[in-house]
Design a protein around this ligand. Structure first.
Ligand code: PAF
Length: 297
């Protein structure tokens, strides 16, 4: 059954797979393209930009809100992850979503669930090395959501660079019929990439968190000016982050933009990935780096 929320801008809410499938069937019969934005809720301007892009490109827009337990480690923030249901529904409505899929854990993982999706190689490096099992949970839930929604296009933020890379590979290798669209990272004016977890940061922690975007800008400036010494640029990024008080560096690397493997020498397009802990909050960020086209090796 659909639930109706009082605000005018609130979209239709579905909590069952059958209801989503029926809505998609009806939209398709009307000739509409289906756009899909998978989220864990606690929506911010970054999510709004994904929903708006889906709205601009597709006739029927579905947002899922599901705090996925299988992508959280035992000591991570699954229980304290924010779940502002009414506010999220309002944001979805205002941004133009037609339907919000808001399943329970039992709907997504009925008792006895035992099928998981692993993306070899990409799941256990970088974020995956620090958060074992995280990407198995992401790949599993996104496969399930893609199968339920069967969207034409699904929208993800570049901020979770490794996640969008893994989802692209998985979608291609499992022949899932959805096009993965990656949308630019939205930042606060001070440079901090928007994340639902920023809500955990105290003002002082937030200041420390700005070191991530500073390190990325530094790498970008060096590469844009023709510096090809990847090792030196990485060590400058690390130095920037290590000298920031209150911040514990996890990694600051420049890697291949598709395989995410380390680079021994500069390539025309690369990606810088950074991750750190500030207090109890983990922050990640990234930037695509492009060598100027006239640079010689
Ligand atoms: O990026 C997120 O919010 C989540 O990892 C996703 C893709 C919705 C899967 O739970």
């Amino acid at each position: 059954m659909s639930k109706v929320v009082s605000q005018e801008s609130s979209p239709r809410v579905a909590d069952s797979v059958a209801e989503v499938r029926a809505a998609v069937h009806t939209a398709r019969q009307s000739g509409l393209k289906i756009g899909f934005v998978p989220t864990m809720g606690a929506l911010h301007v970054g999510h709004v930009s994904l929903i708006e892009q889906a709205r601009a490109e597709c006739g029927y827009v579905i947002v899922s809100i599901f705090v996925n337990p299988t992508q959280f480690g035992p000591n991570e923030d699954f229980n304290r992850y924010p779940r502002p249901r009414e506010m999220d529904l309002r944001i979805c409505g205002d941004a133009g979503a037609d339907l919000v899929f808001y399943p329970s854990v039992e709907t997504m993982y009925p008792a006895g669930h035992r099928t998981f999706v692993e993306v070899g190689g990409l799941s256990d490096i970088l974020e995956g090395a620090i958060r074992p099992g995280h990407f198995r949970g992401v790949a599993t839930v996104v496969t399930k959501l893609f199968n339920i929604v069967q969207a034409d296009r699904a929208y993800f933020g570049q901020k979770d660079y490794q996640q969008q890379t893994l989802i692209r590979v998985m979608t291609r290798e499992l022949d899932l019929p959805t096009e993965v669209i990656t949308c630019e990272t939205i930042r606060d004016p001070d440079g901090l990439a928007l994340s639902s977890r920023n809500a955990y940061l105290s003002p002082a922690e937030r200041q420390s968190g700005l070191s991530l975007s500073r390190a990325l800008r530094l790498a970008d400036q060096r590469v844009a000016s023709g510096d090809r010494d990847v090792a030196q640029i990485q060590s400058a990024m690390r130095q920037e982050m290590e000298q920031t008080s209150g911040l514990k560096l996890d990694y600051a690397v420049i890697v291949h933009h598709e395989s995410l493997t380390p680079l021994s020498e500069a390539e025309p397009t690369m990606v810088a990935l950074v991750a750190a802990r500030v207090g109890t909050t983990r922050l990640i960020d990234n930037m695509i780096l492009r060598l100027p086209s006239n640079t010689k090796s």
